[in-house]
Design a protein around this ligand. Structure first.
Ligand SMILES: Nc1ncnc2c1ncn2[C@@H]1O[C@H](COP(=O)(O)OP(=O)(O)OP(=O)(O)O)[C@@H](O)[C@H]1O
Ligand SMILES: [Mg+2]
Length: 243
């Protein structure tokens, strides 16, 4: 499979502050990459940098060989970057259906296909964003990114705070979107086991630098290595998911 997204020596941050230091990795077409690391290591900054929402200080990001530098978030969306930020940007004052139709662009992913993927959303078509559960809001946020027909989906902690049954539903959807539909994905997670099961590649960040870049299976097979790389992240997320 060919490389879809390539980062070479990317440094980025906010204003003069540099959060990411010389980050390099490549994501292949149709693959899922788990982006892991402790709180505050720069996972969201990396996602936001790909989406064009931070200040890039150096290096190169390319999508199918085309440099993204200088493109606005809107232009990156048009180029195929589907961004679901950590704060789930849905329009709370619009209905589920309006949220999807307001942004849809021609392509394979239509609101109807989103409803097929997430039947819960179909049942709540006419509900306002404010009337959705956390899990439904996350499904809608993913649906909104999908109807833009992206080539790569960027999901920042999509499973955060969700009940186990909803987590499984979203993981199944992510797997379907990537394995069956050929969309690539980068998924930030603090609960490594769950996301590694549906990922091909894993990248672990520490203080803004890449500490591990390899196959997800390698970390699933080597629990000690995973614990050493991520430290206490697991205990933290277990507590979170148990609530
Ligand atoms: N808007 C901002 N302006 C300035 N600094 C920021 C901003 N957002 C994040 N930072 C800083 O960048 C660093 C990385 O933060 P980031 O949110 O990328 O981490 P993260 O890995 O996503 O953490 P978490 O797991 O808590 O979501 C932190 O030191 C943070 O304080
Ligand atoms: Mg974050």
């Amino acid at each position: 499979m060919s490389v879809l997204l390539q980062l070479d020596q990317v440094s980025a941050g906010y204003g003069e502050a540099v959060v990411l230091h010389a980050v390099s990795f490549a994501l292949k077409e149709g693959e899922t990459l788990a982006l892991l690391g402790r709180n505050g290591v720069g996972k969201s900054t990396l996602i936001d940098t790909l989406a064009g929402a931070t200040r890039q200080h150096g290096g190169r990001i390319s999508l199918s060989g085309k440099a993204l530098h200088g493109l606005s978030s809107h232009q990156r969306a048009a180029a195929g970057i589907g961004w679901v930020p950590q704060e789930r940007n849905i329009f709370k004052s619009l209905t589920v259906h309006e949220n999807l139709t307001a942004v849809a662009r021609p392509g394979r992913w239509t609101p109807a296909r989103v409803y097929e993927m997430f039947p819960r959303l179909a049942e709540r078509k006419t509900n306002l964003g404010t009337q959705l559960s956390g899990g439904e809001q996350q499904m809608l946020a993913v649906g909104r990114a999908l109807v833009l027909n992206p080539r790569v989906l960027l999901l920042d902690e999509p499973l955060e705070g969700l009940a186990p049954i909803i987590v499984e539903e979203l993981l199944r959807a992510i797997r379907r979107i990537t394995r069956e539909e050929g969309v690539s994905a980068i998924v930030v997670e603090q609960h490594p086991q769950a996301i590694l099961r549906v990922s091909d590649q894993a990248v672990v960040l520490d203080q803004g630098s890449v500490r591990f870049d390899g196959r997800a299976q390698e970390l699933l097979d080597n629990r000690e290595k995973l614990d050493a790389l991520i430290g206490l992240a697991k205990g933290h997320s277990d507590a979170r998911h148990a609530s």
